[in-house]
Design a protein around this ligand. Structure first.
Ligand SMILES: [Zn+2]
Length: 325
């Protein structure tokens, strides 16, 4: 069998499983969502930042942090060492809908708050975004969290949190499968959310694309020699095999990144991380076409896991437990 045909047959086998296909479709919707939010979020963050500066000259643009590296947040902790950063922290909390809970200050470089709107935006987003310099580098959940946590965005927040919950269910699904009933519910929720932005044309466009995508059959046809390969929507909308592959790859990368963050932040027990990794590995063993593109991500996770194991085995309690087992 030729390499190209093998790749195609692996894809065909995967999409033959309805629940995996549902998972990829749902993930594709998240990618469409991310794409249509970039421009809107970018514009609104600039407007928000301009508004803050206009209302309070103490925030900038000529104000600068005087404490340099001493004004450095770590994870959820930030004790400003200068007047300007203290003022900014107060102002950010004033606009935070979650001001008493989780604020992940570690995403931000406070010294840049007076001049860089995006550094301010990151205070309204979840962990793991410190190195992102704009909305186009962020995934859907980061943008949704910003919209949810910053009171500059006037939306029905219940619709945002419902969608965030769906996203987490997609990414945490250990088998990378969702049922058709779940997918219908997801369609309702993502469309409810998109409906909140009736005056933003690029968001309105995605409403019907989501509809098309989620109601199409998305069957994969193994082509004859002289046909183009790929999948066809019944309505004639066409995604090539490499486009489907690209979507799968993006989703798996996001899933692995999520596992990585959960492991580094120790939000999930090491055994659970090991289980999740094992499921992905087993999946990749059977799907060479995806495995090759994810080598680096898997190695990153493996070495982190190894570090944790080494550290744990140095703790005497862990040794006793292992000894008993
Ligand atoms: Zn400072």
């Amino acid at each position: 069998m030729q390499a190209r045909d093998m790749v195609l047959s692996e894809l065909a086998v995967r999409l033959n499983c309805a629940e995996y296909k549902n998972w990829v479709k749902a993930g594709h919707c998240l990618l469409l969502l991310r794409g249509c939010l970039h421009g809107f979020v970018g514009r609104e963050v600039l407007a928000f930042h301009r508004g803050l500066l206009a209302a309070d000259p103490g925030l900038g643009p000529r104000a600068t942090c005087r404490s340099g590296s001493r004004c450095s947040p770590r994870a959820r902790q930030f004790q400003p060492q200068c007047q300007v950063c203290a003022e900014w922290k107060r102002e950010i909390l004033k606009h935070h809908t979650n001001r008493n809970g989780d604020v992940y200050w570690g995403n931000c470089r406070p010294g840049l708050w007076p001049v860089d709107a995006w550094e301010v935006a990151k205070a309204f987003m979840p962990r793991g975004l410190a190195d992102k310099t704009g909305p186009e580098e962020c995934d859907a959940v980061a943008l949704l969290s910003l919209i949810n946590s910053c009171d500059h965005f006037l939306v029905d927040r219940k619709k945002v949190t419902e969608l965030i919950k769906c996203r987490n269910e997609i990414m945490h699904s250990s088998e990378m499968k969702v049922s058709s009933m779940w997918l219908r519910d997801f369609q309702r929720k993502i469309q409810n959310f998109l409906n909140e932005f009736k005056n933003i044309p690029e968001i309105v466009t995605v409403y019907s694309r989501v509809e098309e995508l989620l109601t199409s059959d998305w069957a994969v046809h193994i082509p004859e020699e002289d046909q183009r390969d790929g999948c066809e929507y019944e309505a004639g909308v066409y995604l090539s095999q490499s486009q489907v592959n690209e979507i799968e790859m993006e989703l798996l990368k996001e899933k692995l990144q999520e596992i990585y963050l959960q492991a580094t932040e120790q939000e999930v027990l090491p055994e659970e991380i090991a289980n999740r990794l094992e499921v992905v590995k087993e999946f990749l063993r059977n799907n060479e076409d995806l495995r090759n593109g994810l080598t680096e991500d898997m190695q990153k996770l493996d070495s982190l896991h190894l570090q944790h194991q080494k550290r744990d085995s140095k703790e005497p309690r862990a040794q006793t437990l292992q000894g008993k087992a």
